[in-house]
Design a protein around this ligand. Structure first.
Ligand code: MMA
Ligand code: CA
Length: 264
């Protein structure tokens, strides 16, 4: 704001001779308004304005990385039992059995005094196909042969062969499964515990086994697996091995074993 200067006007001079000083005149009229003053200094800083409005919400962040694999869980409990399996298929029909052994000669029928009893006599038929053999004391008859089981004496193969010859026979010649079965069966019955010579040998030509009874080459054989092996290149005679169910083995002829003779 501009403040105007105000002052009264100067009174008239008194008498030079000195009189008394006059009274003070009336106040003069107001002076003219002064000129505008200079601009004042900058005022003190005003108080802070109010806080602005909140910004808009940001966009959604990206998906985080997959977490680490968890620790292995403890073992589950045992499952329930499975169902019963289906029944298996019906098995195949078995192989036809071998032809049976020929029966021994049937008993002689009773005299026909009573007609009804005469029937029994007919059973004797099968026996007629075999020869009637009188084997003699100590010999066993089977099919068309007689056998002498010498289980109480032991000899070398040659001595055993000679003994059979002396008795009118030869060291046993085994022609087939049935005959083999008969000999093995006798071994069981007699409870024989040793090896037994049979009539086979390859003394004439190595590896060519023949029967001493008729010098024919073996057809039926019952070798123990791995035999004949001519161990030590000195095994020319054949025995039934008591440790292997009587299966055959070639061995040194100088061993002393029991033996079986055969005669027709
Ligand atoms: C073994 C085997 C045969 C051989 C005899 C000789 C026990 O069997 O090698 O082949 O004849 O030994 O003692
Ligand atoms: Ca052998």
């Amino acid at each position: 704001m501009v403040i105007s200067e105000m002052h009264g006007e100067k009174g008239s001079m008194g008498s030079p001779t000195g009189g008394r000083k006059g009274n003070i005149g009336d106040v003069g009229p107001s002076g003219r308004k002064g000129e505008v003053g200079e601009k004042g200094a900058i005022g003190v800083k005003g108080p802070n304005g109010n806080r602005g409005v909140d910004g808009e919400k940001g966009t959604k962040g990206e998906m985080g990385q997959a977490g680490i694999v968890g620790i292995t869980g403890s073992r589950g409990s045992k499952g329930e039992n499975g169902f019963h399996g289906l029944n298996g298929e019906h098995g195949e029909k078995g192989i036809k059995g071998e032809k049976g052994i020929m029966g021994n000669k049937g008993p002689v029928g009773n005299t026909g005094q009573r007609g009804a009893r005469g029937q029994t006599g007919e059973k004797g038929q099968p026996g007629e196909s075999g020869r009637t053999i009188t084997c003699g004391s100590g010999w066993e008859q089977f099919m068309r042969s007689c056998y002498y089981f010498q289980f109480r004496s032991k000899k070398t193969w040659d001595a055993a062969k000679n003994d059979c010859h002396r008795m009118g026979g030869f060291l046993v010649k085994i022609d087939n499964t049935i005959e083999s079965w008969f000999l093995k069966n006798f071994r069981t019955v007699e409870k024989n515990t040793g090896h037994v010579w049979i009539g086979a040998h390859d003394s004439v030509q190595e590896s060519r086994f023949i029967w001493e009874s008729d010098n024919t080459v073996l057809t039926y054989t019952d070798w123990n697996p791995g035999e004949p092996n001519n161990a030590g290149r000195q095994e020319d005679c054949v025995h039934m091995n008591n440790n292997n169910g009587y299966k055959w083995n070639d061995i040194k002829c100088s061993h002393v074993f029991s033996y079986i003779c055969e005669k027709h």
